[in-house]
Design a protein around this ligand. Structure first.
Ligand code: KG4
Ligand code: ZN
Length: 319
């Protein structure tokens, strides 16, 4: 049985994975560039593209090696084609096209968001639709109605910042590193979530809004002296995290779904995972960006036959 080689370079993770046709992960390699961007408090697109270029081939080779496979075993190449940083996406798409073309293989262009949902279709979880899916990442926060593995329908989305972006911007205000979600998650464990009363935005329907919360944190930080800030940082982190988690959980509960699943980088948040005990949670290594989820999505998306994909282009937007 031929293998699927997945490639993901939409943001600041250079990733490659080998997945079997029935959804077993044979390897899942992620090279994070976080330390390159941390001095800037966020991803610098040009730096990300350049680093992807250096890493993409070694990461693909490592994924094949760890799977005990060679290109002879690969039947399909899958790559994130949209949405993301355009220069970053182009590196993965070009690598995928070159590989597929050289081996006369079909290529599957994958929607990164579909990839996050498809992290649930890998073994051993292997979740079957229908379910309502909360997708919370650095770039997106959406509620999705998933009726089949090939796609989804958006029920709600963020009107401003994504939940992960709120974590990252909050971390920056608190003087923590990038990416901020894990830093706040860790620091919040030593803090009191009731110490500060941060607002949960109530917008109509099933949409989200996080920009007001970020402003509330900014004001709280500004009101403190440097010494006070140092002492209260864990309380601020815990209260801020509580507000984000409450906003996400409230929206999920508003749908009254029979089954709920949570995917994306923010799905790694320890408080969110505890707050939704009934939900199917993407396994931790599959929450943040990876290529196994891209290979997984490719099993339910249309493949472009050789050599039709030579004109394939990456796209920054989801639409
Ligand atoms: O899915 P992902 O890797 O990339 C995008 O598609 O955007 O998500 C990255 C986001 C970042 O904003 C990061 O701060 C957040 O996920 N994140 C977390 C945690 N781990 C990563 N947020 C909250 N708690 C965490 N433990
Ligand atoms: Zn992502």
């Amino acid at each position: 049985m031929k293998l699927i080689l997945g490639i993901e370079t939409s943001c600041d993770e250079t990733a490659a994975a080998v997945v079997t046709a029935n959804g077993e992960i044979a390897s899942n390699v992620v090279a994070s560039q976080a330390e390159l961007h941390t001095a800037f408090g966020g991803v610098v697109p040009e730096i990300a593209s350049r680093r992807h270029l250096e890493l993409v081939n070694p990461v693909i080779q490592q994924a094949l090696r760890e799977a005990g496979a060679t290109l002879d075993d690969v039947g399909t190449v899958a790559v994130t084609a949209y949405p993301g940083l355009i220069g970053a996406l182009l590196v993965g798409v070009s690598a995928a096209k070159a590989l597929a073309w050289a081996r006369r293989l079909p290529l599957v262009p994958v929607n990164h968001l579909h990839g996050h949902v498809a992290s649930l279709y890998l073994k051993p979880l292997d979740l079957e639709p229908p379910f309502t899916c909360l997708l919370a990442s650095g770039g997106h926060t959406m509620l999705l109605d998933v009726q089949e593995r090939g796609g989804y329908r958006a029920l709600g989305t963020t009107l401003d910042d994504a939940a992960g972006e709120a974590f990252d911007k909050g971390a920056r205000l608190l003087g923590l590193g990038y990416p901020g979600g894990r830093e706040i998650d860790e620091l919040a464990k030593q803090g009191d979530p009731a110490a500060f009363d941060f607002p949960v935005a109530r917008v109509p329907g099933l949409d989200f809004s996080f920009s007001g919360l970020k402003t509330a944190l900014l004001y709280a930080v500004r009101d403190l002296s440097p010494q006070e800030l140092a002492a209260r940082r864990p309380d601020l982190a815990a209260s801020y995290q509580r507000a984000i988690v409450r906003a996400l959980v409230e929206r999920v509960e508003a749908v009254d779904a029979k089954r709920v699943a949570v995917v994306g980088g923010v799905a790694a948040n320890s408080e969110l995972r505890v707050a939704l005990p009934q939900a199917a949670l993407a396994p931790l290594p599959l929450c943040t960006d990876n290529a196994a989820m891209i290979a997984s999505a490719a099993r339910y998306a249309e493949a472009l036959p050789y050599p039709d994909y030579l004109s394939l282009d990456a796209r920054a937007t989801a639409g």
